[in-house]
Design a protein around this ligand. Structure first.
Ligand code: DI6
Ligand code: FE
Length: 399
C-alpha cells in the first residue's frame, strides 16, 4: 500500500522540550500504522517524491489528542443534584438524601453492561470528534469487587467498539462505602480486587483519591505497595481540596502523574520534579466546583514539571467530555499558554500515561494524527464549543 503523503501542512510536532515544534511548509508521511516522515517539505526524502500526495493548503496537523484522566464509565446522572445545589441545598443535605458520589455508585451497580457502554460511548464519541485518539478510563464507581472489575472490562471493551486506544486505571480507592471503615475497605476489598483485576489483565495503572473526605496517605501507601509488587505504575488524585501530602507520597512511588494539585506545597513540587511526575491539571473540576485556589502554574514551570490537561469527565465534579474546552479552561482559568495547552493534551498527556509511542509527530511514532481546518495551533485553545477537525487517523487509518 502506498503511504499517505501530506504536503503544504503546518505541523505542530510538539517535539523538543517546550514549544509547538512548529514547521511551516511541512510534510507528513505515514504508512499502515507508523509515521515515516514529519518535517520540512523541502527535506522530504526522494523516495516519496514521485508518489501521489495531498496538498493540505496550510492546514494544521497535530498528534491525535490524549485525554489522560477520565471517569468515562458510570451510571446515572447528577443533574438533579446540581439543580438542588443551585436551589440552595448544601453538599451535606444532598449526601444525606443519598446523593453525591454514592448515588453514582448505586446507579453504576444497578446499570446493565449495555447501559454503561451506551452512556460511555456518547461521551467517547464527543472526544473522538475532537481528534482524541487515546483515552484513559478509571474504575471507582463500583467500590466492590464485582462492579470495579466490570467497569474495567467495559473500558477494555470500548477499544473494540471505536477506533481509539484506552488506558485503564484501577481507582478502587475512590470513596469509602457506607458500611465500612476506610481501613477495612482498603485491606479487605480494594487491594484484593486490584489483585484480581490485575490477574485478568484489566489494569494498566493504579490511582487513588487522597483527600480528607476519602483516603489518607497511609492508606494509599498500602495500595501503592501492592501496585509496586504487581509491577503497575501509580498516579494519584492529590491536593485537590486540601493539602494532604499525597503528592509527595506518589512521587516517592515514582508516580507517572499527580492530578488536580490546587493545594500542592513547595515540598510536593520538589518531590515531583525529582521523580519526573507529570502535573495533570483538571480545570473542568475547578470550574464546576467553583474553586478559587489555582494550582501554582509558575512553580511547576520553574521546577520544569511537565503539565498535562484533561477533562476529568465524571458526573460529580466535571460533567464534560470536551478536551478542547478543557484546553480553553486551562488557558482562561489557570493562565496556561495555548502552547502549554496543546502540549498538555499530547506529549505530556502521553507521559502521564507512560506511553512513549504516541503524543508527538515524529518518525517511528504511531500514526495517531489530527488534521485541523485551521492554520495556527492557538485556534484549538481559543475556540469554545467548536471542533475544527478536518481528518483524524488512528493507527494510520482514517476514522
Ligand atoms: N475527584 C473528583 O473531583 C471526583 N473524583 C475525584 O476523585 C468526584 C467524583 C464524583 O463526585 O463523582
Ligand atoms: Fe478524577
Amino acid at each position: 500500500m502506498q503511504p499517505h503523503i501530506y504536503t503544504n501542512a503546518v505541523l505542530a510536532t510538539v517535539t523538543g522540550t517546550s514549544s509547538y515544534g512548529l514547521i511551516q511548509q511541512g510534510a507528513l508521511v505515514f504508512g499502515s500504522d507508523r509515521i515515516l516522515y514529519a518535517g520540512p517539505q523541502s527535506d522530504l526524502p526522494d523516495s516519496y517524491a514521485g508518489l501521489l500526495s495531498q496538498n493540505l493548503g496550510g492546514r494544521l496537523v497535530t498528534p491525535g489528542l490524549i485525554d489522560c484522566h477520565t471517569h468515562l464509565i458510570y451510571g446515572g446522572s447528577r443533574a438533579e443534584e446540581f439543580e438542588m445545589r443551585l436551589n440552595g441545598a448544601s453538599y451535606e443535605d444532598i449526601a444525606r438524601a443519598g446523593g453525591g458520589i454514592m448515588s453514582t455508585v448505586k446507579a453504576t451497580r444497578e446499570a446493565s453492561d449495555d447501559q454503561l457502554l451506551s452512556a460511555a460511548l456518547t461521551r467517547l464519541d464527543n472526544l473522538i470528534t475532537e481528534g482524541v485518539t487515546t483515552v484513559e478510563i478509571k474504575s471507582g464507581y463500583g467500590l466492590n469487587r464485582e462492579t470495579e472489575l466490570r467497569m474495567l472490562r467495559l473500558a477494555r471493551k470500548l477499544e473494540t467498539l471505536r477506533p481509539v486506544r484506552i488506558s485503564t486505571t484501577y481507582l478502587g480507592a475512590h470513596a469509602i462505602p457506607k458500611d465500612m471503615s476506610a481501613d477495612e475497605y482498603m485491606d479487605v476489598i480494594c487491594i484484593s480486587a486490584l489483585r484480581e483485576a490485575h490477574s485478568e489483565g484489566l489494569v494498566d495503572m493504579v490511582d487513588g483519591f487522597c483527600e480528607n473526605i476519602a483516603f489518607s496517605p497511609a492508606q494509599i501507601k498500602r495500595l501503592f505497595k501492592v501496585a509496586q509488587e504487581l509491577g503497575l505504575p501509580v498516579k494519584l488524585h492529590a491536593e485537590q481540596l486540601s493539602p494532604q501530602g499525597g503528592t509527595s507520597l506518589a512521587a516517592k512511588y515514582g508516580a507517572l502523574s499527580a492530578e488536580h494539585l490546587e493545594y500542592v506545597t513547595d515540598d510536593d513540587i520538589a518531590a515531583m520534579a525529582k521523580a519526573g511526575t507529570v502535573a495533570t491539571l483538571l480545570p473542568g473540576a475547578f470550574y464546576f466546583l467553583k474553586e478559587t485556589k489555582k494550582p501554582p502554574i509558575d512553580k511547576f514551570r520553574q521546577a520544569g514539571i511537565a503539565i498535562a490537561i484533561s477533562t476529568d469527565s465524571n458526573p460529580g465534579s466535571s460533567p464534560m467530555s470536551s478536551i478542547l474546552l478543557a484546553m480553553n479552561m486551562g488557558a482562561t482559568l489557570f493562565g496556561l499558554t495555548p502552547e502549554e495547552c496543546l502540549r498538555g493534551v499530547t506529549v505530556n498527556a502521553a507521559k502521564a500515561l507512560g506511553l512513549k509511542d504516541t503524543g508527538t509527530l515524529a518518525e517511528g511514532q504511531r500514526a495517531d494524527i489530527a488534521i485541523w481546518d485551521v492554520a495556527h495551533p492557538a485556534e484549538l485553545t481559543y475556540r469554545m464549543g467548536d471542533a475544527p477537525l478536518y481528518k483524524r487517523f488512528f493507527g494510520g487509518a482514517e476514522c
